[in-house]
Design a protein around this ligand. Structure first.
Ligand code: G6P
Length: 603
């Protein structure tokens, strides 16, 4: 949700800012801009559209100077346009600001500034910030003092990068409720919304926390409390991710690369420390009530977790979409909330966590990003190890979350004596084998999926049905198709068809059915028949030993047999690929779906 970057050092800032912005483009891409300072003058270029398009027209790397800020936008206040693109500059053309977040009291601040002779040229909430800084500078404050005073007037959430011609040897970063990191180079410093932006330049980062700011020169990043100005000693982290991990490696898109990285994401995640898992098990076992909160794809992984916990470990957990948590959930001291968020920055999930804590609940999180906001809000921090995910639509992080939750369910089932030690070992061995099974799924199905994509690319509606653990699988399949191919798709628990959705089935409509082995399989076949009888073209994903299914469907995607609970890992790849190839057939960019962003930092 908006990417901000900043640079100060000896090199030309503009090309480095451009490179860093390209690495952050997954956060938002409706407009882009940069500002640099050179010989006492502020230079700004910005425009509407994706980075490459704007760069082709404006040559974003041609701005002069060794200090600057850049921004890739996901619009909240004000339509995507050049006028609303960042950086925003104060009326005197001396202060430039990039911002991620929302200034809630911007109307009131605009009025205050108007009363003091300022005017505005955009519809954004952000434009008040450079003008407030300028206002306080005119009152006699230095750059840093003016920033602190300005920020003191802001309500809402913000990660800010600020430069001023009055002190061109400084870059100021401020953080409240929107992510911001500092990249510490040698003789040069970076700021960025996310770690991948700085990976080619440094592995040493400082994660700014809420209420902190940094006054940065080429050789020093001084972190302070924004309100008091008191300096804080912060230890830099050394990140294990490499720049290579955040590149495409010959794949045409990150999404395709990341789909293919799922086996590795699972292998790495299954290396979780026994201690971390034991702590999470204990926390859940001590709970009177368990909620799992998440959004989007993480919500679907959470549902897989719920099914596995109930089926195997006799543990009941309620899965709640994060933005609904405060509206519908009862929280007390006996409540445990497990927040699942790959980015660790999703505002809805952070809000749910805060509401839970305020009600006395204990909070654990499962995230892919070390040091992300959710980790600072949680009593227990658990990690998936999928590596950086750049494609906006989550793929490999889903696989990693599911693998983690299955391992958790297996462990809880053993602790609660719901399964024997032998059964536990057998399940863990099967889970550890799934990366190889998924590689076999790619081998076997990718060509077939490409063909299917050509055939169904013009479908207006595609329905998905599943039962039991097949239901979260099809929910995720339908979400991928919406996000990437912009086709109306709906997932329905197969048993619920007869209570409404069946009325929508007409001749030739594609219905994708996840037929998973286990107790629900027989009833699922009945549901497949129901839609076929009404003219649907049924594409089933089923285990390759399921001979009977062939007679019931028009097209079969056949998957190596696994335990029922492992099917979310093996069945999801063909559905991700289907969304990907249909999106490409239709001429869309799967890495940057319209209106969406990877890390949604507004509620
Ligand atoms: C956005 C992304 C989705 C993602 C969701 C939750 O909507 O586009 O791909 O699943 O956020 O993200 P999180 O980082 O909390 O898992």
């Amino acid at each position: 949700m908006c990417g901000i970057v900043g640079y100060i050092g000896k090199r030309d800032a503009a090309p480095l800012l451009l490179d860093a912005l390209r690495r952050l483009e997954y956060r938002g891409y409706d407009s882009v801009g940069e500002a640099t300072i050179h010989k006492g003058k502020l230079y700004v270029k910005k425009g509407r559209g994706k980075i490459e398009d704007v760069h082709r027209e404006l040559k974003l790397d041609s701005l002069p100077g060794n200090v600057g800020v850049g921004h890739s936008r996901w619009a909240t206040h004000g339509e995507p346009s050049k006028r609303n693109a960042h950086p925003h500059v104060d009326n005197s053309g001396k202060v430039a600001v990039v911002h991620n977040g929302i200034i809630e009291n911007y109307e009131e601040l605009r009025q205050f500034l108007r009363d003091n002779g300022y005017s505005f040229s955009s519809d954004t909430d952000t434009e008040v910030v450079p003008n407030l800084v300028s206002y306080f500078m005119k009152q006699g404050n230095g750059f840093e003092g003016a920033v602190r005073k300005a920020v003191g007037r802001l309500k809402g959430s913000y990660a800010l990068g600020i430069v001023s011609v009055s002190e061109p040897d400084k870059l100021i970063a401020v953080r409240k409720e929107s992510p911001l990191i500092l990249g510490l180079g040698s003789g040069e410093m970076f700021i960025a919304s996310d770690i991948p932006a700085v990976l080619p330049y440094t592995k040493r980062v400082i994660i700014l926390e809420d209420g902190e700011m940094a006054v940065i020169t080429p050789i020093r990043a001084l972190v302070k409390y924004t309100d008091s100005g008191k300096a804080i000693e912060k230890k830099p982290l050394r990140v294990a991710w490499t720049a290579e991990m955040a590149e495409k490696h010959g794949y045409p898109h990150f999404m395709l690369k990341e789909i293919h990285e799922q086996p590795e994401a699972i292998r790495e995640t299954l290396r979780v420390s026994a201690d971390e898992l034991a702590q999470l098990c204990k926390m859940l076992l001590d709970a009177k009530r368990i909620y799992i909160v998440a959004c989007g794809t993480s919500h679907h992984a959470a549902l897989v977790g719920k099914y596995a916990l109930a089926k195997l470990a006799d543990v009941s957990a309620e899965v709640v979409i994060s933005s609904e948590f405060q509206e519908s959930c009862m929280v007390d001291g006996g409540t445990v909330v497990l927040a699942i968020t790959q980015s660790g920055e999703t505002a809805d999930t952070l809000k749910a966590v805060r509401v839970a804590k305020a009600g006395g609940a204990r909070v654990a999180c499962l995230t892919n990003v070390v040091g992300s906001s959710v980790t600072r809000e949680s009593e227990l921090v658990c990690h998936t190890y999928a590596g950086p995910e750049i494609g906006v639509a989550a793929t490999k992080t889903f696989a990693a979350q599911v693998a983690y939750l299955l391992l958790l369910a297996f462990n809880l089932a053993k602790m609660r004596k719901c399964i024997s030690k032998v059964k536990f070992d057998e399940l863990v061995a099967q889970l550890q084998e799934t990366p190889n099974t998924i590689d076999a799924v790619f081998e076997r199905t990718e060509k077939q999926i490409e063909e299917l994509a050509k055939r169904y690319k013009d479908a207006k509606n595609i329905y998905f049905i599943g039962r039991g653990i097949g239901y979260p699988i099809v929910m995720e399949g339908a979400l991928k198709l919406k996000e990437i191919a912009y086709i109306h798709s709906e997932a329905c628990p197969a048993g619920e068809l007869k209570h409404g959705p069946l009325a929508l089935i007409e001749h030739g409509i594609p219905v994708i059915a996840a037929v998973v082995p286990g107790s629900a399989r027989g009833r699922m076949l009945g549901n497949v028949e129901e839609v076929k009888a009404r003219g649907a073209t049924v594409i089933a994903i089923a285990a390759d030993n399921d001979e009977e299914i062939k007679r019931h469907v028009n097209e079969l995607i056949s998957i190596p047999v696994t335990h029922e609970l492992l099917t979310p890992l093996t069945y999801i790849s063909p559905l991700q690929l289907l969304a990907y190839y249909i999106g490409v057939e239709r001429g869309f960019d799967p890495d940057k779906p319209r209106h969406l962003a990877k890390s949604v930092t507004v509620e």
